[in-house]
Ligand binder design. Structure first.
Ligand code: AMP
Ligand code: GLY
Length: 422
């Protein structure tokens, strides 16, 4: 079948890499894609939220499956757009319905869902501009640090963790006053959870599910987890501190009630659930849901899946996931992200990248890259992810770092301590 992947990052290059391997894939398209996807698929210069242009492409190229990478098109209802259109309704869309996507699109909605289905999470209350005073009074009842979350999508910047009570009260006022536009006209204030973070990924057809490998990403720009938040600077899978007993707890207390909750609420959901967790003592607590795969977590999770990804997706789309088995590579996978100097603040694009062809025994996943004449040049903050395997995750990390030595672009930056805390 002909398949379209929506998105342009390392996550989408990884999807393309896995899907291109499948015997079920005839022609593969990526919109808009990057220089990496261009090597294995046809890039089409269409925005991921231009549904009419996507429709025209799907019809023209007789595409039978659309795999949605980022959250924006999902939150805007691309699944429902396809199902409501006579010409598109038979196309398999891998991603939840608009209603399912509210689990990521609204933090308040996600908290209500967790409460309704008995899923462990931090205690919280939510506030709107009219209840600012109550919100500030609520902060007074909590211990620092204070966790303030913009309800809507804020490009990963909507969560603030603040030590000082006066600053927290003032931030709350600014957020409700429109600091993040419409995204922060509702603010969730929640209990601070002290523990180690990890992510669990689930593929579901809305009734059955498969738990995919766990991963941990490194969100901060600086060594030792310091500095500004980024999309992610590296990742490791599996997470070494997750043993079978803890995984069992996650499945029973979090994964099952989440999937059952979707089914009980009659929510169409044929895609990924990315569950952000904090391990508090020995207990898993959910900090967030995302309705897509993570980036750079995808760059370590998908390469470990040995089963045919297209077969899994077909089963998801047909509601037959129960019939599938999941084969996982037991080795660890690690990825290190190379970023543009200045990222996550202002950075320059268009820097020539050299050395990719010299990489050995690691996989180069392109993120923000494009072609300029004959060269591959930088085209974003996160530029390239270098994924490596080994039975020992420290050896895998070493391989990635050895290969990074061969790569160059002006003001290239990466963290040298991925996995330091494991
Ligand atoms: P989120 O966008 O919800 O993933 O939050 C961004 C980051 O804030 C998370 O990755 C955590 O590091 C942190 N965070 C969110 N909620 C909490 C919480 N209740 N307690 C402690 N840290 C949190
Ligand atoms: N790496 C975190 C995310 O994709 O949201």
């Amino acid at each position: 079948m002909n398949i379209l992947i929506l998105g342009s990052g390392g996550r989408e290059h990884t999807f393309a890499y896995k899907i291109a391997e499948s015997a079920h894939c005839d022609s593969l398209f990526v919109a808009p894609g990057n220089a990496g996807t261009a090597q294995i698929a046809t890039n089409v210069a269409i925005s991921v939220t231009d549904f009419e242009a996507i429709k025209a492409l799907v019809i023209k190229e007789t595409i039978e499956m659309v795999v949605v990478g980022p959250e924006d098109p999902l939150v805007q209802g691309i699944y429902d757009f396809f199902k409501a259109d006579e010409a598109l309704q038979d196309v398999a869309v891998i991603g939840p319905s608009k209603e399912g996507a509210t689990l990521e699109g609204s933090k308040e909605r996600a908290k209500e869902f967790m409460m309704a289905h008995g899923i462990p999470t931090a205690a919280y209350q939510s506030f709107i501009p009219e209840t600012l005073a109550e919100g500030q009074a609520f902060l007074e009842t909590l211990q620092p640090p204070y966790v303030l979350k913009a309800d809507g999508l804020a490009a990963g910047k909507g969560v603030l963790i603040i030590q000082d009570i006066e600053e927290a009260k003032s931030e709350l006022a600014q957020m409700l006053g429109g600091k993040f536009g419409d995204a922060s006209t509702t603010v969730v204030i929640e209990e601070f959870l002290d523990g180690i973070e990890l992510s669990v990924f689930v593929l579901t057809d809305g009734k059955e599910y498969k738990v995919l490998p766990t991963a941990k990403d490194y969100k901060r720009i600086g060594e030792g987890d310091t500095g500004l938040n980024t999309g992610g600077m590296g990742a490791v899978s599996p997470v070494p501190f997750v043993d079978e007993a803890f995984m069992q707890k996650i499945e029973t207390q979090v994964v099952k009630p989440t999937i059952n909750g979707l089914a009980k609420e009659n929510i169409e959901y044929k895609g990924f659930v990315f569950i952000g967790l904090i391990k508090v003592g020995d207990e898993p607590k959910v900090i967030e849901y995302n309705v897509r795969m993570g980036d750079p977590e995808t760059e370590v999770v998908l390469p470990r899946i040995q089963s045919d990804l297209v077969e899994l997706f077909q089963a998801v789309s047909q509601g037959k996931l129960a019939e599938q088995t999941l084969q996982i590579d037991e080795r660890s996978a690690t990825t290190i992200m190379l970023v543009s100097g200045g990222y996550p603040e202002a950075y320059e694009k268009g820097k020539v990248i050299t050395g990719i062809e010299r990489v050995e025994d690691s996989i180069v996943f392109h993120a923000g890259t494009t072609h300029k004449d004959e060269a591959i040049v930088t085209n974003g903050g996160r530029v390239i992810a270098i994924t490596s395997f080994d039975t020992n995750f420290r050896e895998a990390i070493k391989k990635s770092y050895q290969n990074i030595e061969k790569l160059h672009f002006d003001r290239m930056y990466y963290r040298t301590d991925i996995g330091f805390d494991l």
